[in-house]
Design a binder for this molecule. Structure first.
Ligand SMILES: [Mn+2]
Length: 415
C-alpha cells in the first residue's frame, strides 16, 4: 500500500530499518524525542507501538542534540535507542558516543547525513530528496515506520501524525501534502478524522480528541517548549496518548500566560536601555530569566519584538538565552551552553530577501563556526545557534566581522 504511494525509496529505507532492528537482540527501548508538537506526537506513536510489541519504552524529551546529552542517554548498553524529530545531522556524534553498545535508529525529517556503522540506522527522507519541511513530519515518519514494523494499524496513531504535521505548519499552503496527506487519508478512512474548510483552508477535526488538530498542536507545543524545564512535556505526552484532561488544558493556558508575562517584563527592561547596539545588530541576553521556558522561547521572543517601535529597524535583532544544564529526567549534564536567535525587522527583512544584505543562513553559521558553536535552524531572515557559555560577545564580534566581509562596497558606501 505504502509502496505504491511512496515509491521504492522510503519503503526500502523503512524495510531496512525493520530488518536491522529484527536482527539484533535488545532488552530495552529508549525513545528520544523533540519537545514540540511534532516531536511529542512522534514520541507518543513510538511509545504506543513498542508497547504493543511488549516493550515499555523509556522516553526522553530533549530540546536539541549535544554530545554531553547523548553521552548521558547512551550510558547503558543493550538497548534500542530511537531518535525522532532530531538527530538527522548528529548521527556521527551519536555513533561515537554510543561506541557500538546499543542499536541506534534515527527517524528524522530534518536535513540529515548518512552514517556508516553496523549499529546505527538513519531513516531521513531528506536524504533522498523529500522535503521534510513540506511533505513529511517526524510524526508521519514515525507512523509509517511503526506500521511497517508492527504490521498493525494502531488506533489513534494516524491522528497523532496529523497533529504533528500541523504542529510543524505543514498545512501552511491550505492543507497538508505528500506523505502527511497519505497518513491523513488513513485517518479519514479509519473514521478518526474529518476535514472542515474554514476561510479557504483545511482544518482537521480529530474525533479521538474531540478537537481540531491545530488546537491540539498548539497546546502540545506550549506544554513541551514553554513548560520544558518544569517537565510539562509529560502532560503533553499523556494528552497525546489518552486525550486532554482538564488540568492539561489549564496548564497549557497557564504557561501561555506565563510566557506573555515574562515577555512583557522583558520588553519593559529592553526599553529601559538593556539593548546593546553594534553596527549591524542590536542584542540582549535574558540569562536564566525565562526559566522554566526552554530555549526555543528566545526565538519566539525575538520574533515578537522585532517590529516594535523601540527596535532599530535597520539592524538585526539577536537574543541570548542560557541553556540550563539540569535537564528533566536526565539530570545534570556536563556542558554550559547558550542559545542565540537572530531575526530581522521588516524593512531589513525585505532588503535581505532582495539580496542587498547578506542573509542569516550564511552569516550566522559562519560566525558560529568561528567560536566553536553549532548552527541550529538557519534561514535567511531567521536563524539560531548554540555556543559555549561565555562566548556571547565573541560571537557578536565575529558576526559583525562576517557582515563587514560580506557586505558589498555599494552597501557600505551607502551607510
Ligand atoms: Mn518536526
Amino acid at each position: 500500500m505504502l509502496k505504491e504511494f511512496a515509491g521504492e525509496e522510503l519503503f526500502n529505507a523503512l524495510e531496512r530499518a525493520k530488518a536491522g532492528i529484527c536482527s539484533v537482540a535488545f532488552d530495552r527501548v529508549v525513545v528520544v524525542h523533540h519537545n514540540d508538537a511534532d516531536g511529542i506526537c512522534a514520541g507518543a506513536i513510538l511509545q504506543k507501538s513498542f508497547s504493543a510489541l511488549g516493550f515499555e519504552p523509556t522516553l526522553y524529551c530533549i530540546e536539541r542534540v549535544h554530545p554531553a546529552i547523548v553521552e548521558r542517554i547512551h550510558r547503558r548498553e543493550g538497548s534500542l535507542i530511537v531518535y525522532t524529530d532530531l538527530g538527522g545531522l548528529a548521527g556521527e556524534v551519536i555513533r561515537e558516543a554510543d561506541g557500538g553498545r546499543n542499536l541506534v535508529l534515527i527517524l528524522d525529517h530534518h536535513p540529515a547525513r548518512h552514517v556508516e556503522g553496523e549499529r546505527i540506522i538513519v531513516v531521513a527522507p531528506e536524504l533522498f530528496g523529500v522535503s521534510g519541511d513540506v511533505f513529511i513530519s517526524a510524526s508521519t515518519l514515525a507512523y509509517l515506520f511503526c506500521r511497517q514494523l508492527t504490521g498493525l494499524e494502531m488506533q489513534g496513531c494516524a491522528s497523532l501524525a496529523v497533529v504533528g504535521s500541523v504542529g510543524d505548519y505543514h498545512d501552511r499552503s491550505g492543507g497538508i501534502l505528500g506523505y502527511d496527506r497519505y497518513v491523513l487519508d488513513q485517518a479519514l478512512h479509519a473514521g478518526e478524522a474529518k476535514i472542515k474548510i474554514v476561510d479557504s483552508r483545511e482544518r482537521y477535526f480529530l474525533h479521538g480528541f474531540n478537537e481540531f488538530a491545530d488546537v491540539i498542536a498548539e497546546r502540545l507545543t506550549t506544554l513541551g517548549s514553554v513548560g520544558y524545564y518544569s517537565g510539562d512535556f509529560k502532560l503533553a505526552r499523556e494528552a497525546a496518548l489518552h486525550g486532554f484532561e482538564e488540568r492539561a488544558v489549564e496548564r497549557a493556558e497557564e504557561l501561555k500566560r506565563l510566557k506573555e508575562e515574562r515577555f512583557r517584563q522583558k520588553i519593559r527592561e529592553l526599553k529601559q536601555s538593556a539593548l546593546k547596539k553594534e553596527r549591524y545588530v542590536q542584542w540582549f541576553h535574558v540569562g536564566r530569566s525565562f526559566a522554566p521556558m526552554g530555549v526555543k522561547v528566545i526565538g519566539l521572543f525575538c520574533h515578537a519584538i522585532k517590529d516594535m517601535s523601540f527596535i532599530d529597524d535597520e539592524k538585526f535583532v539577536a537574543g541570548f538565552q542560557d541553556f540550563i544544564p539540569e535537564l528533566p529526567d536526565l539530570g545534570r549534564i556536563d556542558w554550559e551552553g547558550v542559545k542565540v536567535s537572530f531575526r530581522a525587522p521588516a524593512p531589513l527583512e525585505r532588503r535581505v530577501l532582495r539580496g542587498e544584505v547578506p542573509g542569516l543562513d550564511v552569516t550566522l553559521p559562519l560566525a558560529t563556526e568561528r567560536v566553536g558553536g553549532s548552527a541550529d535552524a538557519s534561514h535567511r531572515i531567521a536563524a539560531a545557534s548554540m555556543i559555549d557559555k561565555g562566548r556571547e560577545e565573541m560571537l557578536i564580534r565575529e558576526w559583525e566581522a562576517v557582515m563587514e566581509e560580506l557586505s558589498s562596497p555599494s552597501l557600505s558606501s551607502a551607510r
